[in-house]
Write a protein that binds this ligand. Structure first.
Ligand SMILES: Nc1nc2c(c(=O)[nH]1)N[C@@H](CN(C=O)c1ccc(C(=O)N[C@@H](CCC(=O)O)C(=O)O)cc1)CN2
Ligand SMILES: NCC(=O)N[C@@H]1O[C@H](COP(=O)([O-])[O-])[C@@H](O)[C@H]1O
Length: 220
């Protein structure tokens, strides 16, 4: 029996992506064990979800640190103490400095609610609606020194409907987020991801739809 991948999740909000990861882990669908959930917000709903699942939690308020680097150093220490091998950002609203990136090289993933490189940053659904895009979606990517610029692992597309609001679009995208984030973690756990410059190769070659835009009807 191989040891499960030890995962740490960083979240600043309600934690629905965390919950989908917890559920998939408990169901044995991903060979990963979430060993720590950390947040910069003491009132993050993600912390309650972690506690309900019996997962260790840590709150590090960034306002209590003299610099971004000091905050990142404390977060890295907490993750290392928990023996974390892969860090997942799931609505974590702090930019990571090189202190963090250097501590977990090619071992930090993020979920973003758009088809990067379109619509990086914040207020993502509003950006897509105001642009008049016909499709949006979500992206799991490795985190690098830029903002939402890291190598893309998996994406999923959803249509933007005539009467969509930020909320209705976000809800449609979230369904796909909850599907592709666990899938990206499992690919990592299976050591099937190889970063080649900007590209992430999935080995052995995944079904073509799996490594590109994933059509939920085809990908299951
Ligand atoms: N080095 C990186 N760090 C992070 C990335 C990344 O790609 N590279 N992704 C973000 C997630 N994110 C959007 O997907 C994001 C998070 C936070 C911010 C931001 O502007 N944060 C401000 C504070 C905002 C606040 O506290 O409300 C800041 O850090 O000063 C933009 C995009 C996670 N980190
Ligand atoms: N720029 C980062 C970003 O916008 N991340 C987004 O925050 C939400 C967190 O929801 P959750 O707390 O329910 O998982 C998710 O939609 C995630 O894609």
């Amino acid at each position: 029996m191989l040891a499960k991948l030890r995962v740490g999740v960083l979240a600043s909000g309600r934690g629905s992506n965390l919950q989908s990861l917890i559920d998939q882990s408990l169901a044995g669908k991903i060979d990963a064990q979430i060993v720590l959930v950390a947040s910069n917000k003491a009132d993050a709903g993600a912390l309650d979800k972690a506690r309900e699942a019996g997962i260790a939690t840590r709150v590090l308020d960034h306002r209590n640190f003299g610099s971004r680097e000091e905050f990142d150093g404390a977060m890295v220490a907490a993750l290392r103490e928990a023996g974390v091998e892969l860090v997942l950002l799931a609505g974590f609203m702090r930019l990571l400095s090189p202190v963090f990136l250097d501590a977990f090289p090619q071992r930090i993933m993020n979920i973003h609610p758009a088809l990067l490189p379109a619509f990086p940053g914040l207020n993502v659904q509003r950006q897509a609606l105001e642009y008049g895009a016909r499709f949006s979606g979500c992206t799991v990517h490795f985190v690098d020194g830029g903002l939402d610029t890291g190598p893309i692992i998996i994406q999923a597309a959803v249509p933007i409907l005539e009467n969509d609001t930020e909320e209705s679009l976000a809800a449609r995208i979230l369904v796909e987020e909850h599907r592709i984030y666990p899938r990206a973690v499992q690919l990592f756990a299976e050591k099937r991801l190889r970063i080649e410059g900007r590209r992430v190769r999935i080995e052995p070659e995944a079904d073509p739809v799996e490594s590109a835009l994933v059509n939920p009807a085809l990908a299951e």
